[in-house]
Write a protein that binds this ligand. Structure first.
Ligand SMILES: *Cc1c(COP(=O)(O)O)cnc(C)c1O
Length: 385
């Protein structure tokens, strides 16, 4: 794990705390999830649900995840054999990589990417093959030729993330079809991180790659309660997929955490069954906050690609005279009393993707309106820096 020191996220959060800056760097909500969910967890603790849950997860959560996959995505999974509850999406991804990637095997990652992926591949002794997403005027897209060129005989896995952190991209059906075709042609398993599945805007819909023809049998679909229900500290996640792959991941998972989150599991099970209005409100609410932040960033002089999903927006500060996102992030607390994170922190250092996103800064909009408004107001100072 050499080279995996403390991340820039820790540095930026410490900087925010030290300078009293508004932290739009780390992506965690500043208000709790639905009160019914919180009450259900309290009730579960009082009802004595405090000992080890089964290694696969509590049966009611397994059933609720299966029901959710069917209700929102039309995916049919057997709760007994095709669902695994994990300690957050992070463990689901890490255990999948540890289970399916042998030392020397290659894993394709679209960059920028959530930083836990590179660490999981390193832990497994795998070799990461990075493919840069292409920044266009409207957003970030999959470069089919670059992706095709990244496959080799040693490719075992492809890690996908949509809606995407940090860019906010929501992969289109056409992009997913390219990924699916290549994965099938090279007999590669896709591990897809869909923690932002309910944070998609402008009437778009999230499309799990497992729903594409022939993909259910080679896809592990990962999600989590953290983002959907604004309880990131609970670390209740899950994955769904074919029984043989889920069994392999369970084998690893039982020796990592075995199980966890006993009273949270039944509470999350009930939340997954909340009416459609809850999920629509969640997306609508975040779309409003997205627009508030995007408009404010534009007014402050940034160039902004409006994200179709997730709760992040990527801002380009070059019109303001900054061309290095990392340097800008280190100075932003002093210049404006706001913290963001450089997008290059989500890339292999020195790689092609890092160079491409070098100027860019990621800000989160999963904060209260008052915090976003104040942040936006402070950022206007950059015009006169
Ligand atoms: C927040 C996040 C996670 C972490 O999920 P947990 O359930 O907290 O482990 C995983 N992947 C992405 C892309 C994220 O943004």
């Amino acid at each position: 794990m050499q080279g995996f020191g403390p991340t820039i996220f820790a540095e930026m959060s410490a900087l925010a705390a030290r300078t009293g800056s508004l932290n739009l760097g780390q992506g965690f909500p500043d208000s709790d999830g639905p009160s019914s969910l919180l009450e259900d967890a309290v009730d579960a603790i009082r009802a004595g649900r405090n000992q080890y849950p089964p290694g696969s997860g509590e049966p009611e959560l397994l059933a609720a995840v299966a029901e959710h996959q069917h209700r929102f995505h039309g995916l049919a999974v057997d709760p007994a054999t095709e669902v695994l509850v994990t300690t957050g999406a992070t463990e689901a991804v890490a255990a999948s990589v540890l289970a399916l990637c042998e030392p020397g095997d290659e894993v394709i990652v679209l960059e920028p990417a959530y930083d836990a992926y590179a660490a999981a591949i390193a832990l497994a002794g795998g070799v990461q093959r990075s493919v840069p997403l292409r920044a266009t005027a409207t957003g970030f897209t999959v470069d089919a030729d670059a992706l095709r060129a990244a496959f080799s005989e040693r490719t075992r896995l492809l890690l996908l993330n949509t809606p995407h952190n940090p860019t906010g991209a929501v992969l289109t059906a056409a992009e997913l079809a390219v990924v699916a075709e290549l994965a099938a042609a090279h007999d590669v398993v896709v591990v897809t991180d869909e923690v932002y599945e309910h944070l998609v805007y402008d009437g778009l819909r999230h499309l799990p790659i497992a729903t594409l023809p022939g993909m259910a049998e080679r896809t592990l679909t990962v999600s989590s309660a953290g983002k959907t229900f604004s309880v990131t500290g609970w670390k209740v996640g899950w994955l769904t997929g074919p029984a043989d792959l889920v069994t392999a991941v369970r084998t690893v998972k039982q020796f990592v955490t075995f199980s966890g989150g006993a009273p949270f599991q039944p509470a999350v099970a009930r939340a997954l069954a909340l009416p459609d209005a809850f999920f629509a409100e969640l997306a609508g609410d975040h779309q409003r906050r997205r627009d508030l932040l995007c408009e404010g960033l534009r007014a402050a002089g940034f160039e902004v690609r409006v994200p179709a999903g997730s709760y992040f927006v990527v801002a380009d500060p070059r019109p303001l005279g900054f061309d290095d996102g990392t340097q800008l992030c280190r100075r932003l607390p002093e210049l404006a009393g706001v913290v963001g994170v450089p997008v290059s922190a989500f890339c292999t250092p020195g790689g092609e993707a890092a160079a491409e996103v070098r100027p860019l800064v990621r800000f989160t909009f999963c904060k209260r309106d008052a915090v976003l408004s104040e942040a936006v107001e402070r950022l206007q100072r950059l015009r006169t820096h």
